[in-house]
Design a protein around this ligand. Structure first.
Ligand code: ADP
Ligand code: MG
Length: 270
């Protein structure tokens, strides 16, 4: 499934009556089966964009279309083909791992035996065999993130919208989860929109890195990442990786400075 954003503009009402232009004419085609990373400073509209793509917010102007390349004329409703994975997991604390993972199927009315079988297989595939009956509160942060991933995967939607999913994890756990996600991507070839403000993460995971400007969020440059797949962490030390990193760093640096100045100004005005 392609995600086609056309001139998406989002204006939020500000607290002091002044409007905040979060996104300004954002246009991009997120192609089927491609891993796209959105890289930009805090407040540049990354979360706003994925929420619009997921059908959770309506853009002030412009449009997002979901298009099946095999049936380009069929209109798909926003949200129907995608699933979101956030940093804040929203797991149900009173439900076991398997019941959290099976939740989406339960909502679809899939009988218990069937949904549990599918959920158990996914729990195992994200490395949590043996923890099926644990409650989320008894798991580490990384394990909870795996549950959230399995819960999203069970829906088998072709588009995954990931908003800084590993942002709250410690460095080691983050590496393991990045490898996990790379493996899942190689197996399922979903269309992935992955929001991050970490340059290294964007290059390691993505087929392209969409560098955004400070607010109002626009596309500054799209960097093609032609590192081979399967990717591995060893690539981080390669020359090609270093060059991509430098390119992205150079682009993002200026935007982070602008974003910091904006934040300082906002504080002054409070
Ligand atoms: P990012 O995810 O890149 O950090 P966001 O998309 O969360 O950025 O926010 C972009 C801008 O829009 C910020 O200035 C933020 O305060 C504002 N914003 C985001 N969501 C809302 C909302 N629901 N209401 C009002 N302003 C919002
Ligand atoms: Mg955000």
């Amino acid at each position: 499934m392609d995600v086609i954003a056309e001139n998406v503009t989002q204006i939020w009402p500000g607290r002091h009556g002044d409007d905040v232009v979060a996104l300004d004419s954002f246009s991009h085609r997120f192609a089927s089966g491609r891993f796209s990373c959105l890289l930009g400073p805090s407040g540049c509209g990354k979360s706003t964009l994925v929420q619009i793509v997921g059908g959770l917010e309506q853009a002030t102007s412009g449009a997002v279309r979901i298009v099946d390349p095999k049936r380009p004329d069929a209109m798909r409703p926003l949200g129907a083909d995608s699933v979101m994975v956030w940093q804040h997991l929203n797991l149900f604390p009173w439900r076991s791992v398997v019941d959290n993972v099976a939740f989406g199927l339960e909502m679809q009315g899939v009988p218990k035996a069937q949904r549990h079988e599918r959920a158990r297989a996914l729990v195992a595939s994200v490395g949590l065999r043996g923890f099926e009956n644990h409650l989320p509160g008894h798991l580490s942060g990384g394990m909870r993130q795996r549950v959230a991933l399995a819960r999203a995967l069970i829906l088998e939607r072709p588009i995954m919208l990931m908003d800084e999913p590993f942002g709250a994890l410690d460095a080691q756990t983050k590496i393991v989860m990045q490898e996990e996600l790379l493996r899942i991507f190689d197996e399922t070839k979903k269309t992935i929109l992955f929001v991050t403000h970490a340059i290294e993460e964007a290059i390691l995971l993505g087929d392209e890195v969409i560098v955004m400007t400070a607010r109002p969020g626009r596309i500054k440059e799209v960097i093609k990442v032609d590192l081979p797949r399967p990717r591995s962490l060893e690539m981080v030390s390669s020359k090609a990786f270093g060059e991509l990193f430098d390119r992205a760093f150079h682009l993002i640096r200026e935007e982070v400075m602008t974003s910091m100045a904006q934040q300082a100004k906002a504080l002054e005005e409070q």
